[in-house]
Write a protein that binds this ligand. Sequence first.
Ligand code: C5P
Length: 231
Amino acid sequence: MRDVIIACDFSTKEQTLAFLDQFTTVKPFVKIGMELYYAEGPDMVREIKARGHKIFLDLKLHDIPNTVYKAMKNVAKLGVDMTNVHAAGTIEMMKAAQKAIDEVNPETKLIAVTQLTSTSEQMMQEELWINHPINDTVQHYAKNAQKAGLAGVVCSPLEAHLVQEVCGEDFMTVTPGIRFDDASKGDQKRVTTPAMAKEIGSHFIVVGRPITAAEDPVAAYQRCVKEFVGE
Ligand code: C5P
């Protein structure tokens, strides 16, 4: 189980569909995030699904368990392949989210955000008052997600091995922060190439600008698949 997920970080339906129209022979797995979802709503998800794409709906739910349970039922009704919550919402909240999925569409894989990669260790300790090293916190939150019955976590590829150390190799790691070795890093700081992510043991890589901003997005996607999946 390894695949490349394209982060469709566009703000309109038109831009998104024009981008996807370029893929005529393959239907890549795509990630729809808050920007597009809040602009276009669930119809956007239905339309992309109807075109034959697998979808990771990246809405990072975090609220009281009852609210997350009800919201997750609506997400599961969309029939998405993957979606997520914040592990910081507690095991009880993650269990509520997983229960909603089990009741509506058990095919949807639920994963958790451990610590956002935009949060430094210093910010985590001084602002969030989590008095532990960040790697320990990532491992602890991943274990909580596993205890709640989730399928895996979103993490930096550089953290994937830490997660697998405590949760096992079958616990899914979905990793953004991917760049080709001949490209600029943009605003991402801790990056790896698709080939390195494969070596480290990621199950899915989430790739945005290296594909969406490429001169030839289809070729860039195929390069990712070749390096990461090996086809
Ligand atoms: O363009 P780029 O490849 O940097 O896009 C990576 C995608 O992964 C974006 O949608 C970004 O929001 C997302 N992401 C991330 N780091 C995280 C979680 C999500 O880069 N920790």
